[in-house]
Design a protein around this ligand. Structure first.
Ligand code: HDE
Length: 690
């Protein structure tokens, strides 16, 4: 008997070719991966309604088999990422230094794909841990793909790639217990750090608010290593790459980042997605530091040591172009997950330096893609394929997508026209004379100073930023269970800054300062460099920021409108928050729809908030913990708060003390000025800083 389709209990479904009443548009007929039309995608083939399922059901087997293989190994580091398409436009030619077209053709728009990531957590982990952020840019240039695979911090933890697996094993969740996820605040990380003095400079950065960005759109990016630019004669100039966000730098405070992790684990991903959906075009300036071998010889550090940066005061930044993000990927897996970056992807006119960290990376990324993407043909995946013609004689392998024609797949050959041949315009390495050192596992003496730039970084910070570094160290080390590890870190801090060491020791409740480890080189007092701050690089602006207005029945309609229009006029996004998602009936008798319900739209997701509440609503909300948290969190996270009189009881119960950032809602201008920045002066009154 022919099997009878049984839809019992199923919702009615649109058939292939039909118009769906809600989705709109035509649905194409469903097929298997072999193109065979599928008549029933909801019921397995069985010997009868109660009988066993038949092995011959190729529709079922194909669907389940594909599903079983939907996951690929996640990246061992930088697993959690978000990406966007965009372009890079050169505004200043570097033709004097390089032949690379992407750096010499002013006005040329090169397509790019940019992936931001956290480092330590798994693919499903939170967006706001204390962590370094990856900032990887793939330029699809006319001369092949150039990948600038950087971070949002200009230095790194280690000097030699051979140490990387240890560093990562130490920071990842501990192997016996599988926690903590996406956190440095645990024994193995700090144990490793305490025994790795070269990491001290990067640790200062990691403990600063650089690792708590407010948005991916508001952080810097750095190529970290020195690279080389090569001109037509093969002459070399060293270069360091910097990305500087047009929206300025901004970070969150730690308590805010932790709360964000709970309220919206996808905070950064959503922020970038929504900005692009709104039509905003996040932008960065590309700037370079250019210097010669002779310049480098005069630096008080070795620029081939990735734990060092070159202060802007020593080698100024030259802006050369802009990166504009335009479009969220169409498919997360196909693009963001399958994109394969590799620092070894460079184009003619750019070359590597002898930085031993970079040299190790040149090997690692291709190797990791082979295991992650499973085939040497991963370059054929659309997101990885160059946008310029590419051809060679490599053949076959898993998932070969191309169908090469003809009998010749070798060279030299004489049997066939149109086979790829070498070209004089091809990539040429810098003709560097190897130093006449002795082969061995050596590290240069010039890499031995581990504390001078850590000190310079700390001393370059503003007062609140220094307090955040000290407080972060106390927090992290308080999570470390092993006393000798805590003490060892404080010992290192003594070489960086005595007052910092004392603050942290006091914060940990140590009775005495632990001994400092022996020094190879006495740290230098380098001059403070203000560009190392975040606060100094913040832009007092509402552009790209968001403001939440809390309303309820009876709220002053004119006031809500005035605040909304003014904030939007200043470039902010405004969301109306109300106890009910359906909205509230305002003083004009009209219902205003809410963008978010109070309990699910906490103030942590906003840069500033306004409380426009009638007296009765203000009273009622004092009994709602979500409303009290809304206000007390905004205050503790140093955000501007506009309020009208009805909100007073809520301010009082939330412990808000009126200061320069707590402003009458009628003073719209004053509120906008305050909202464009954080209220740093408030901080010592709201939390005990180390
Ligand atoms: Fe990476 N790194 N890394 N790294 N890295 C990877 O490659 C590695 C380092 C960075 O969005 C892996 O495709 C070694 C420095 C970013 O897909 C892997 C060393 C910097 C991304 C790898 C380093 C980075 C990665 C894991 C020490 C800043 C994410 C998955 C020598 C300049 C790219 C993958 C993306 C990813 C190895 C150190 C940045 C395993 C061996 C320094 C932004 O190949």
């Amino acid at each position: 008997m022919a099997s009878k389709k049984n839809d019992a209990g199923d919702m009615p479904r649109g058939q292939g070719g039909e118009l769906h009443p809600q989705a709109g548009g035509q649905h194409p007929p469903m097929t298997t991966n072999q193109g065979i039309p599928v008549a029933d995608d909801q019921n397995s083939l069985r010997t009868g309604p109660h009988g066993p399922v038949l092995l011959e059901d190729f529709v079922l087997r194909e669907k389940i088999t594909h599903f079983d293989h939907e996951r690929i190994p996640e990246r061992i580091v930088h697993a959690r990422g978000s990406a966007a398409h965009g372009h890079f436009e050169l505004t200043k030619s570097l033709a004097e230094y390089t032949t690379a077209k992407v750096l010499t053709e002013v006005g040329e728009k090169t397509p790019v794909f940019v992936r931001f990531s956290t480092v330590a957590g798994g693919a499903g982990s939170i967006d706001t841990p204390r962590d370094v952020r990856g900032f990887a840019v793939k330029f699809y240039t006319k001369e092949g793909n150039w990948d600038l695979v950087g971070n949002n911090i200009p230095v790194f933890f280690i000097q030699d790639a051979i140490k990387f697996p240890d560093l990562i094993h130490a920071v990842k969740m501990e192997p016996d217990r599988a926690f903590p996820q996406a956190a440095t605040a645990h024994d193995t990380f700090w144990d490793y750090i305490s025994l790795t003095p070269e990491s001290m400079h990067m640790v200062m950065w990691a403990m600063s608010d650089r690792t708590l960005p407010r948005s991916l759109r508001m952080m810097e990016g750095f190529g970290i290593h020195s690279f080389r630019l090569l001109d037509a004669e093969g002459r070399s100039t060293f270069v360091k790459f910097h990305w500087r966000p047009k929206l300025g730098l901004q970070s969150t405070v730690w308590d805010e980042a932790m709360k964000l992790a709970g309220y919206d684990p996808d905070f950064h991903r959503r922020d970038l997605f929504e900005a692009l959906q709104r039509g905003e075009r996040p932008e960065w300036e590309l700037a370079v530091q250019l210097f010669t071998d002779e310049d480098a010889a005069k630096f008080p550090f070795d620029h081939l040591d990735a734990t060092k940066l070159i202060p802007e005061e020593l080698v100024p930044l030259t802006p050369i172009g802009r990166l504009v993000l335009e479009r969220w990927p169409d498919n997360f897996f196909a693009e963001t997950e399958q994109v394969a970056f590799c620092p070894a992807n460079i184009v003619p006119g750019i070359d590597f330096s002898n930085d031993p960290l970079l040299q190790g990376r040149l090997f690692s990324y291709l190797d990791t893609q082979l295991s992650r993407l499973g085939s040497p043909n991963f370059h054929q995946i659309p997101i990885n394929a160059p946008k310029c013609p590419f051809a060679n004689l490599q053949r076959d392998g898993h998932m070969q997508m191309h169908v090469p024609k003809g009998r010749v797949s070798y060279e030299p050959s004489s049997l066939q026209a149109n086979t790829p041949r070498e070209t004089p315009a091809g990539f040429a390495s810098f003709a560097q004379r190897p130093d006449d050192g002795i082969k061995g596992r050596a590290r240069p003496e010039s890499f031995a100073d581990h504390y001078s730039q850590a000190r310079q970084f700390y001393r370059s910070q503003t007062v609140p930023e220094q307090a955040h570094i000290a407080t972060a160290l106390v927090f992290e080390l308080s999570k470390v269970e092993t006393p000798h590890v805590r003490e060892a870190i404080v010992g290192h801090l003594r070489h960086i800054d005595a007052e910092l060491a004392e603050r942290v020791a006091a914060g940990l409740g140590l009775d005495a300062l632990p001994p400092a480890p022996p020094l190879k080189i006495e740290p230098m007092d380098l001059p403070p460099s203000p560009p190392l701050q975040i606060i100094g690089k913040a832009r007092p602006t509402l552009e790209g920021r968001s403001i939440g207005i809390l309303v309820d029945d009876g709220s002053d309609a004119a006031r809500v409108l005035a605040l909304r229009e003014a904030a939007e006029g200043a470039g902010a996004t405004v969301k109306i928050v109300a106890p009910k998602v359906g909205g509230a009936t305002l003083s004009d008798g009209k219902k205003l729809a809410a963008d978010g319900q109070l309990a699910g739209t906490p103030s942590v997701i906003f840069d500033a908030v306004a409380l426009v509440l009638a007296e009765k609503a203000g009273q009622t909300l004092t009994r709602e913990s979500a409303a009290r948290d809304w206000v007390s969190d905004a205050f503790a996270h140093l955000k501007a708060i506009a309020f009208d009189e009805g909100a007073r009881p809520l301010l009082d119960i939330a412990g808000v003390e009126v200061d320069a950032g707590v402003i009458a809602a009628g003073d719209v201008k004053g509120f906008l000025v305050a909202a464009a920045t954080r209220q740093w002066d408030r901080e010592p009154g709201v939390r005990m800083l180390a």
